[in-house]
Design a protein around this ligand. Sequence first.
Ligand code: S3P
Length: 171
Amino acid sequence: LGPRLNGSNVYFVGIMGSGKSAVGDILARRMGTYNFLDTDEIIERATGMTIPEIFKAEGEEGFRTVEAQVLDSVHPYVRCIISTGGGIVIKLENWSKLQTGLVVWLDCEPEVIMRRIEGTDRPLLQTDNPLQKLKDLLAEREDKYSQADIRIKVTEDMDTEHVADLAIREL
Ligand code: S3P
């Protein structure tokens, strides 16, 4: 691992279904001295609700508030690989926290994502045309994701191990 990392956290960002949690988990195992955290999982444990339940009860605004609080509480940790929810980049205040570590964008085409997330419950995709919604979300967020320190293009043929290999090479 390169000198860039130096004990700081690694944050995975990117659209839902791009593999942030799976890749982050593999990476933490391989790196040994790093712990894996997932902001969505922390939110679910802290609230005792699932993400879809929070969206239903509190709306997206309510979810974003809890998400920002969770990021605020985890960013002072060290040696963590942290996978974040796809929308964490929306709030400007979150960026100052993400930038205390190295930010890795898993850049994945919406068409590939559609095939990967089939059957999972993503509240923002409860529309007649989930593919179009994913494209819209990506278009809205692309300039934010591109502020990441490292961008990894994830294509259909890559499994999570392969993506983790690429990430390790860059860190
Ligand atoms: C969201 C992505 C989800 C979750 C929530 C909102 C988004 O996380 O935080 O449903 O706004 O893109 P994943 O990216 O882990 O699916």
